[in-house]
Design a protein around this ligand. Structure first.
Ligand SMILES: *Cc1c(COP(=O)(O)O)cnc(C)c1O
Length: 344
């Protein structure tokens, strides 16, 4: 048996054998000078999959979102975000550090912002208030336990954005998980957004990299912003070769991750201390609240670790994520560990 069954995140996925071969054989050039054919192929594929004109390969999702915000905003402006979203909470403050805009965090229903609430929080520039210029959405929603944001939310917020001349950036780190779970094509979500960032390095198992897609002019500008942030990569074709495999071979299998997460959630949700509705585990992320008379969250995580199970503590609870590198055996091992620690 492996030392650890690692449920901390889908970022821990290792590249597949096919990726390692593709990486070795990739045709490369200097991408900053514009002549890496494999990067160009990946950028074109990402754009076409999302129904956008152009794509940009970036080293991380955080850089993709940083550029995504920067390209639609200026100083003295404000960005509407959902209060638990990744951009606002988990990306080291690039809204203020890079874009120099203020965030306006709003509450939501499991990650889905109410278009009317968004509308009532839009601010018009005056001598003392910032101008709202951008709305950020996230799908699936990480801190809401991988919740799928309904297409209706996108439609409603697009209407508000159009009425007020705002842009929409989608943090679609796990947009393919959303699509597999809902049956809504990724293009359909992207249609309501001006730009989309998605990760290749999570469930799609690439070692490194994310994509930013939008219209051609905006991506030309984004390419300059990427260079300014130090994200211009030279023979990046070795990484892009893995990304091509992510997009063509790794999407359909995400449904296996979703089934395993649901199975694990169903098996542990009624153990003492755990508050979790398994029906809300729609994709590959389980977030449960934990409040036990004798065991704290750090103690629970330490005891799981002793039994070979790795999870992460978050917001008063625990996060468990399924992915390519945990199988049915790992799930059984986790269920057994939870029962031994919490039952009886
Ligand atoms: C992981 C993640 C990101 C950022 O990706 P990195 O590559 O880790 O920088 C952005 N948004 C969400 C929702 C994520 O889960």
């Amino acid at each position: 048996m492996k030392a650890f069954s690692d449920f901390r995140s889908d970022t821990v996925t290792k590249p597949t054998e096919e990726m390692r071969r593709a990486l070795a054989e990739a045709e490369v050039g200097d991408d900053v000078l514009g002549d890496d054919p494999t990067v160009q192929k990946l950028e074109a594929l990402a754009a076409s999959v999302m129904g956008k004109e152009a794509g940009l390969f970036v080293p991380s999702g955080t850089m993709g979102n940083s550029i995504g915000v920067k390209m639609w905003t200026q100083e003295l402006q404000e960005v509407i975000v959902e209060e638990k979203c990744h951009i606002y909470n988990m990306e080291s403050t690039h809204l203020t550090f890079i874009s120099r805009v203020t965030p306006r965090p709003l509450p939501s229903k499991r990650g889905a912002l109410d278009p009317d609430l968004v509308k009532s929080n839009i601010r018009v520039a005056s001598v003392q208030t910032p101008k709202t210029s951008l709305i950020c959405l996230e799908n699936t929603h990480n801190n809401w336990g991988g919740a799928v944001i309904p297409l209706e939310t996108f439609k409603g917020i697009r209407k508000v954005a159009d009425d007020y001349g705002l842009k929409i950036h989608l943090d679609g780190a796990r947009i393919f998980n959303a699509s597999i779970a809902s049956g809504v094509p990724v293009k359909e979500y992207a249609k309501y957004c001006d730009s989309v960032m998605f990760c290749l390095s999570k469930g799609l198992s690439s070692p490194v990299g994310s994509m930013l897609v939008s219209d051609r002019t905006t991506i030309d500008y984004a390419r300059r912003l990427r260079k300014a942030l130090g994200g211009g990569m030279r023979q990046a074709g070795v990484l892009a070769a893995c990304g091509l495999i992510s997009l063509t071979r790794m999407v359909d299998r995400l449904k296996e991750d979703h089934a395993r997460a649901r199975k694990l959630a169903e098996a542990i949700h009624d153990l003492p201390g755990i508050t979790l509705n398994p029906a809300e585990v729609e994709t590959n992320i389980i977030v449960f609240y934990f409040n036990h008379p004798k065991i704290t969250i750090p103690e629970l995580l330490a005891r799981l670790r002793e039994k070979g199970i790795l999870g992460l503590g978050v917001f008063g609870g625990v996060r468990l994520v399924t992915h390519k590198d945990v199988d049915d055996e790992d799930v059984e091992r986790a269920i057994k560990a939870f029962r031994e620690i919490l039952a009886g």
